[in-house]
Design a protein around this ligand. Structure first.
Ligand SMILES: NC(=O)c1ccc[n+]([C@@H]2O[C@H](COP(=O)([O-])OP(=O)(O)OC[C@H]3O[C@@H](n4cnc5c(N)ncnc54)[C@H](OP(=O)(O)O)[C@@H]3O)[C@@H](O)[C@H]2O)c1
Length: 307
């Protein structure tokens, strides 16, 4: 797998914590199942794991370190929570390395557009010392991405990617020209929550009530028109409804970051990246999504943290 052109990424947000798993996902998955999922990923040449300090309430990164990071790529993040203070990135990064039991990470993202230039400059220092192989930005709008690109290019570093929220029902970054700008500039666009935390999976499957489902219950009711379209497309390609949501992104040259924690989910993810949807099917899905009027998590969900 080429890190510059990944077909899909495994998200680790739901790994590790019993509390998080049970409340948010409706069930807890133990370490052995996750290790098996990693074996399946190896089989399908899915090598990138997306992490952050708080994922799995702090456990996900440690799990990666314990399970072994040979032959995988680690995507990690610095999450600014307030204005810049010198040394904060380095201190956080060193903790990350201890979690990963590694002396470098493959891709490091500035998680929010706060004090962009100052935080990026500290990340650039880590890049220059060889501890970071690629630099990306997450939850940035177009203007902020342009600024980040300029800061990095002033040091002859290429902006690796942009990691933002995107799914069939959340296409704001595409509509606002960010996805096109990424493609024009050979910058990878990673979509987080392509399955909308379990909302864009088969509605006929009996799943447990979770906090997310309670919060977005009203929105989910609106999705019936989209579910019909997804089921239609799924049946034509003999794939699952979740795979339609994943394939939708891949067919836009967008990298799906999928919260897999079970072997069958990894297999579904890998196989969905190989599905070609027709222009009519893509249109059908978009029209149904727009008709539903559902808005599960807006593109601006983290903006409240940005000063
Ligand atoms: N950069 C950022 O700011 C940011 C923010 C949020 C997330 N992320 C990244 O994006 C990743 C994905 O988001 P997410 O984990 O919140 O949710 P997600 O990938 O949108 O949804 C995962 C949910 O879908 C279900 N599912 C059904 N079929 C599946 C399949 N084939 N593969 C995977 N899941 C399937 C899972 O079921 P089960 O419950 O049965 O496992 C789980 O409930 C995160 O892990 C994280 O790496 C980044």
């Amino acid at each position: 797998m080429d890190i510059l052109k990944p077909n899909a990424v495994i998200g680790t947000n739901s790994w590790g914590s019993n509390v998080y798993g049970t409340l948010v996902r409706g069930s807890y998955v133990n370490d052995d199942v996750i290790k098996e999922a990693m074996d399946t990923a190896r089989k399908y040449d899915l090598k990138i794991y997306d992490a952050a300090r708080d994922y799995g309430l702090g456990k996900a990164q440690k799990m990666l370190g314990e399970f072994g990071t040979e032959n995988i790529f680690i995507s990690a993040k610095f999450t600014p929570t307030s204005s810049y203070k010198p040394g904060v990135v380095i201190r956080s990064f060193e903790k990350d390395l201890r979690d990963f039991k590694r002396d470098y990470v493959d891709i490091y993202w500035l998680h929010l557009p706060i004090d962009i230039e100052k935080y990026l400059n500290e990340i650039i220092g880590l890049y220059k010392s060889g501890k970071i192989r690629h630099i990306g930005v997450s939850n940035f709008n177009l203007e902020e991405c342009m600024m980040a690109k300029k800061v990095l290019e002033s040091e002859n570093i290429k902006l690796y990617g942009v990691q933002n929220h995107y799914s069939i029902i959340a296409r704001e970054w595409e509509q606002k020209g960010l996805v096109e700008w990424c493609h024009e500039n050979d910058i990878s666009f990673w979509a987080w929550a392509v399955l909308e935390e379990g909302m864009l999976v088969d509605p006929r499957a009996k799943t447990k009530k979770t906090i997310m489902k309670t919060i977005y219950g009203k929105q989910q009711k609106k999705l019936s028109v989209l579910y019909d379209a997804m089921i239609d497309v799924a049946e034509k390609h003999n794939i699952s409804v979740s795979q339609v949501a994943i394939a939708f992104c891949c067919n836009k040259n967008i990298v799906p970051v999928c919260g897999c924690r079970k072997p069958n989910q990894v297999e579904e993810l890998a196989k969905a990246t190989m599905v070609t949807l027709t222009a009519d099917e893509m249109k059908l899905l978009e029209t149904a999504a727009d008709k539903s009027g559902a808005k599960i998590m807006g593109a601006d969900m983290f903006r409240f943290m940005v000063k």
